[in-house]
Design a protein around this ligand. Sequence first.
Ligand SMILES: [Zn+2]
Length: 324
Amino acid sequence: MLDDPGGMGIYWHIEYTRTPERIGPIFREEDRTLTDLRSALAARLIADGAMGTQLQALGGAVDCPEMWNVERSDAVRDIHRRYVDAGARIILTNTFGGSEWKLARAGHAADQESLCRAAAENALEAAGDRAFVLADVGPTGELPQPYGTHAVDEFESVFARQVELLASAGVHGVLIETMASSAEAAAAVRAAKRACDLPVVASLTYSAGRQGYRTMMGETVGQCTEAVLEAGADVVGSNCGLGIGQMADVIREVRAVAQGPVLAKPNAGQPKLVDGETVFDEDADTWARRTPGLAEAGATIIGGCCGTTPDHIARAADMLEETD
Ligand SMILES: [Zn+2]
């Protein structure tokens, strides 16, 4: 763990939630029409930051954050709204653990439909005509065969169900994130493509080790990026696991194989345990000052993951606008 601090970032994320050419005009274009995410993706976009960190700050349910979509929809909407106010033009539904396998472990499999529907309503209401809403799809917590017990087509059915519920509730696209296995990520992409006609973003999580940047399964950035592109992803990228400096390295590796839009959502530095609490070490200014490096590396959609706040996103939006 010591020479692999990024691993703790993804662990925390999963556990908590149980220069290419400069593209387009600017990140914050107030009059951009929000009717078509596909064409908006051709420009630069700011995405939101962490939801888990914000829920935790409010004392959110650690075993099943998705329950907050129903039980504390006011709080969830408020977090979404603060990201939109900060300049995010892409926000994610609070459904990271919204697959039936993940919900089953928290004892809420029977609530999947109502949780997903409420999550989409909360995000769409907060977004209004100012931001696109992407269905957030996280790992199931299982591994595909031969490492786990489920076949890849079982993963596809589980992901398809989650995407169908969110797509029918009116989201504008799908974001598959924090994936540590290219097989699971590709299964999610194929499922999403089958379940709806919306743009699909696939984002994997890497950590830094002696052999460079790898997923927990030991796969390289190039291998994973190729796998999700082949599965049909419209946008590829990376989130979690790394702070902003190392994320720029990863994005350069993504860029080596990807032509289209690329997403980057780094953590707010590295997690540290302080008095039993997880604290991330890059404050909003420090983090935001380095966001232009992500754009230079090839990211066209920039947001944050664990430890980032509306303040991180607001300062990043200012910084990116200035350097555009
Ligand atoms: Zn994260």
